[in-house]
Write a protein that binds this ligand. Sequence first.
Ligand code: SF4
Length: 229
Amino acid sequence: MELKVKEIFDSIQGEGPYVGVRQLFIRFCRCNLLCEYCDTDFTYNFEDNSSKIFTPKSLYEFIKKEYNISEFHSVSLTGGEPLLEWNFLQEFLPLLKNDGVKIYLETNATLAKEFYLISDYIDIVSADIKLKSSTGLDTTELHSEFFRNCSKTETFAKIVFDENITDKEIKKCAEFGEKYNIELILQPKMIGNKMSPSAQFCQNLLNKFTKIYPKTRLIPQVHKFLDVR
Ligand code: SF4
């Protein structure tokens, strides 16, 4: 089995409660969504040396050769949507887990069955709750199904918002938090390196959330300020 990998890189986690930890990122090439605010280039590039084709074993061997894995907090599977590659991950992740490596999954939380198939190998799930007001997509049902499968894995939910977030969406997100007992991370949408919502809007939104669901934090994308990937 061979798979195109967009890039593998050593960097700092810039989002959510694990902000600031050093991670080895593996970026996969495909995504099942087309969010309006997406600014990630996850397409395979034949011209770029960091894009490569791997088998599960050759990817493991490449990582062992190029990096001292014990220096990293964890390996972050990112994309695109890594869960689309569940059959590759079923063979690749046990190799890393045998070495005691922690696996951190960044996902759009819409592929419940695929997550279930590899959940034994995942230590931390960073799951998005996509808002229709920011993506143009209604993924509520898919998220419900996904979070039901996360009960045995450390999970938090990231909500990228702008000033269009509605009271109905706030209520819905708080219900998700409550029902699945997960921390909610409010992440202001960025335009380039600038936050799209105003600081005042962010403060008011956090206040609204914590009134109905106190387990909520506001954390902007720190890697944009650090100017790292
Ligand atoms: S799920 Fe993530 S990678 Fe996929 S289109 Fe949306 S923002 Fe981009």
